[in-house]
Design a protein around this ligand. Structure first.
Ligand SMILES: Cc1cc2nc3c(=O)[nH]c(=O)nc-3n(C[C@H](O)[C@H](O)[C@H](O)COP(=O)(O)OP(=O)(O)OC[C@H]3O[C@@H](n4cnc5c(N)ncnc54)[C@H](O)[C@@H]3O)c2cc1C
Ligand code: SF4
Ligand code: SF4
Length: 421
């Protein structure tokens, strides 16, 4: 970026998840120059780590939409990608946003790196997070040096990755400095996403204490990376349970997360499809029909998955290593128990961890639940501040397809705003 003659971006987008990517692609399609600022070294956000849930037929979970858009992102010349970067300052003058963005040292040069992974394999501090990597193959590079844990950045004592990087690539320069960028933009889009509800919010479900209790996003990642139930070397759990609404519709999170019913049923059907001998049970309060989930989908799921309308009570480890769960039968009101080899907590969507600090920096408002406040009741893309727009789960819970369509609507509004301003 030429800092002597700084260009004015039509928009700077904060957050490189599916919402930020979709807004950036739509703006580029409309002929606008944009910058996409992503806090981590990699693009795609949370959903990039989720698995395809197709059985014999596509279950329309939307995971592949993220892969497709990531591929398009890396081919789009109108989008300036700023990974490993965060907004540290914001002011406005004559309607323009003046932004200060701090970017971590780009130690690995994308033009040289061939994604061979040697640096990661040989790094003596890889287990401490000195080199970060992503399994999402659409990203490039798929490796990034983390100055917070790298030995070179602590005391200059290590150059292993720079030495091991193949001479044909010569991609690593540990001396590359961090950058402070000053960006000017006509509009700003907040697409900083969400934080999954903490599975420990219901301590009696034993997350972190019982080894066979996992969070929904962990099962998603395991299945995406071929490490889930039934993978080579792993024993296939015969009885798998899901508990829905963990971190949704309770005192702390009074809202419905919109996505947990759908992803639970899709994961449950996927497991049943892969291992028909497994028994899959889901405990739920109400089944929401949201997004691309139809009544027919729910009826099919009920044929394959045992649906129990109950809020389970305590979980305990059994002597043979399973988990025992107590609940009240809906019909009889009688206490019942069930044993599981694997129990999945279907956690919901909570507000992003940066929301309070970011809202203060941008002088934006948050809802009582902690999401960014939209001023328009329709597509919920505009704030009360002209030029400041919202996309995706930064504004509130929605699924991948919902993020894509709402982010595209935000982009069209940005484009109109930019032309009129
Ligand atoms: C367990 C689980 C399973 C799910 N499964 C499905 C499913 O099967 N199908 C489906 O449709 N939906 C599913 N969802 C919902 C889906 O994850 C979201 O709809 C989608 O990921 C939201 O995208 P986003 O871009 O709004 O946010 P994110 O994916 O959270 O992306 C936000 C990005 O912004 C970055 N960021 C954060 N703060 C900053 C900052 N200050 N500066 C710069 N960058 C920042 C983050 O690093 C991240 O890359 C699931 C949700 C959960 C919890
Ligand atoms: S060793 Fe070099 S080329 Fe290989 S992944 Fe690391 S930086 Fe890229
Ligand atoms: S300098 Fe050493 S510690 Fe730092 S990333 Fe390279 S190999 Fe790892």
């Amino acid at each position: 970026m030429n800092m002597d003659n700084p260009k004015i971006f039509s928009a700077v987008i904060l957050g490189g998840g599916i919402a930020g990517i979709s807004a950036a692609l739509e703006l580029a399609r409309l002929g606008q120059e944009v910058a996409l600022v992503e806090k981590t070294p990699f693009f795609g956000g949370r959903a990039a780590n989720f698995c395809c849930k197709a059985t014999d037929a596509c279950q329309k979970c939307g995971a592949c939409l993220v892969d497709d858009r990531l591929k398009a992102l890396f081919q789009e010349s109108r989008i300036t990608l700023l990974p490993h970067a965060e907004l540290t300052g914001c002011s406005r003058e004559n309607g323009l946003f003046h932004l200060v963005v701090k970017q971590q040292p780009e130690v690995i040069n994308p033009e040289g790196c061939v994604d061979c992974g040697l640096c990661y394999e040989e790094c003596p501090a890889a287990d401490k997070g000195a080199i970060l990597t992503t399994a999402v193959t659409q990203n490039h590079p798929r490796y990034a040096v983390n100055p917070g844990a790298c030995l070179y950045f602590q005391d200059g004592s290590c150059h292993v990755c720079q030495q091991i990087c193949p001479p044909t690539a010569k991609a690593i320069d540990l001396a590359r400095p961090a950058k402070t960028l000053e960006l000017t933009a006509k509009a700003l889009v907040v697409a900083t996403g969400y934080r999954p509800s903490d599975p420990r919010c219901r301590p009696h479900y034993g997350y972190g204490r019982l080894p066979h209790v996992v969070a929904g996003y962990e099962l998603e990642e395991m299945l995406r990376n071929g490490k889930g139930p039934g993978s080579r070397g792993a024993e296939l759990p015969r009885r798998i349970g899901f508990i829905q609404c963990v971190g949704s519709r309770d005192q702390e999170h009074p809202y419905c997360s919109q996505v947990c019913c759908a992803y639970t049923l899709r994961l449950a059907r996927l497991l049943k499809h892969r291992w028909p001998e497994a028994e899959v049970t889901s405990f739920y309060m109400d089944l929401q029909e949201t997004g691309r989930q139809s009544p027919q989908f729910q009826a099919e799921a009920r044929r394959e998955v045992k649906m129990v309308r109950a809020l389970p009570g305590d979980l305990h480890a059994t002597p043979d290593g399973r988990v025992k769960l107590r609940y009240l039968e809906e019909d009889t009101g009688q206490p019942a128990t069930a044993d599981f080899d694997l129990l999945v907590l279907s956690v919901g969507i909570g507000p992003g961890e940066d929301n309070p600090a970011l809202a203060a920096l941008l002088q934006a408002e948050l809802t009582p639940d902690g999401f960014f406040q939209a001023a328009d009741p329709g597509q919920r893309t505009q704030t009360s501040q002209p030029g400041l727009f919202l996309a995706g789960t930064a504004e509130g819970p929605r699924d991948i397809a919902g993020c894509i369509s709402q982010a595209a609507a935000a982009a069209r509004q940005v484009s109109r705003y930019v032309k009129e301003s």
